[in-house]
Design a protein around this ligand. Structure first.
Ligand SMILES: Nc1nc2c(ncn2[C@@H]2O[C@H](COP(=O)(O)OP(=O)(O)OP(=O)(O)O)[C@@H](O)[C@H]2O)c(=O)[nH]1
Ligand SMILES: [Mg+2]
Length: 360
């Protein structure tokens, strides 16, 4: 199977999951379902590299996935995200669950893994925790699609608690809210928090807020928590005014009021409480039907991504010489990029239509 993973990609450009590639994919899926860590790692690399076989494997794993709780942890650099995730993972593993940790690095195109490694290896239950940092080679669709697929893979492999750390700058925290059931925003006392908190767009998107490092500065942490609670109350009031009640029942849809907790990731204060809040939030999502909507949305967005990929790779492999011509014309400025691309797609689709019309 490992040879299968490294075999050259087939010429079609798109892996045919129900055709000749099926046995190869089935074998890999089987090994992942038995939680073969080596195969899991290679498969994550295949996803990162945009290997054409990866989407087919992930599709094969999809029926096995759907049990994991996915927790996104975001926040300003140095707030203690990694330390918090380590504490959570250690506690969750001790309770008999099987955690996996992903560190997302939007700035790096090389997968490192060193970020969390040292800390996690200190665990008594180290083998139970899978960790990995995820980057992309910038080939395909970027980090959010890779992250979505890696999560499906780990879920199918039986990791029931998947935690994703992202740096709270740029696009990455937006991505994590799309793949996570619960997003935790971490801030800390002594980091110029008030201002940082105000600036961060994540404030309104997070489901749980923690103010970390309470051990080092208990008063500072309480003050930061107060500012945060005030800010959340203000934005919830503003949202309540625009959010329409159902005129038939005069009922507003149930809302989750994001709790704010003061913790110490380092000495473990507040970690058990946080684990129970994560469970409560998941129960809320199930009870309100939000989780079903979230699942549908995730599947649909993956469908549209896959359609885009299939079209793109199909064109690359079947229209090579024509694309080479277009590339030269675009580079020389004889035709504009968008016009060239549109013309190609229209012609390719028309030719598929004509082939179909010829068939009985
Ligand atoms: N006193 C104290 N220090 C902490 C606590 N949590 C984390 N730290 C320290 O804060 C520093 C940053 O912690 P990390 O967990 O690496 O923070 P991070 O948010 O993952 O940082 P980046 O990944 O670089 O954005 C480290 O030196 C930690 O030891 C805590 O609860 N109390
Ligand atoms: Mg970190």
């Amino acid at each position: 199977v490992d040879e299968a993973m490294t075999a050259p990609a087939p010429n079609s450009g798109v892996v045919d999951v129900s055709g000749p590639d099926a046995p190869r994919i089935a074998a890999i899926v089987e090994r992942i379902s038995r939680r073969n860590v080596r195969t899991i790692s290679r498969c994550i690399s295949a996803i990162e590299n945009g290997d054409p076989i990866a989407p087919g494997i992930v599709d094969g794993l999809r029926p096995l996935a759907g049990r994991a709780t996915v927790v996104g942890v975001t926040g300003i650099p140095g707030a203690g995200k990694s330390t918090l995730i380590s504490s959570l993972a250690e506690r969750i593993a001790a309770q008999g669950s099987c955690p996996a940790i992903l560190a997302v690095d939007p700035t790096s195109t090389v997968s490192g893994g060193a970020l969390l490694g040292d800390r996690i290896r200190n665990f008594s239950s180290a083998d139970a925790v899978f960790f990995r940092s995820v980057a992309t080679r910038g080939k395909l669709g970027g980090l959010s699609r890779a992250l979505d697929d890696v999560i499906t893979l780990l879920d199918a492999a039986g990791y029931d608690s998947i935690m994703v750390e992202t740096v709270g700058t740029g696009q990455s925290e937006i991505d994590v809210t799309h793949v996570a059931h619960t997003t935790i925003a971490v801030t800390a006392s002594g980091l110029g928090d008030e201002i940082q908190v105000m600036k961060a767009g994540i404030t309104e998107m997070a489901d749980l807020h923690v103010v970390n490092k309470a051990d080092a500065d208990p008063n500072g942490a309480e003050i930061t928590a107060m500012v945060l609670r005030q800010r959340l109350a203000d934005s919830q009031r503003a949202a309540g005014m625009t959010e329409g009640a159902n005129p038939a029942t005069a009922e507003r849809p149930p809302r989750w009021l994001a709790p704010v907790r003061v913790i110490s990731a380092q000495n473990g204060a507040g970690i058990d409480d946080l684990i129970s809040l994560i469970k409560q939030h998941r129960e809320f999502l199930c009870a309100t039907g939000n989780i079903a909507a979230w699942r549908r949305g995730r599947a649909l967005s993956r469908y549209h991504d896959a359609m885009r990929d299939a079209l793109y790779f199909g064109l690359l492999s079947n229209w090579g010489p024509r694309i080479a011509q277009d590339e030269e014309a675009v580079a020389d400025g004889r035709v504009t990029p968008v016009r060239a691309a549109n013309r190609l797609v229209v012609e390719a689709l028309r030719s598929i239509g004509e082939q179909k019309a010829c068939q009985p």
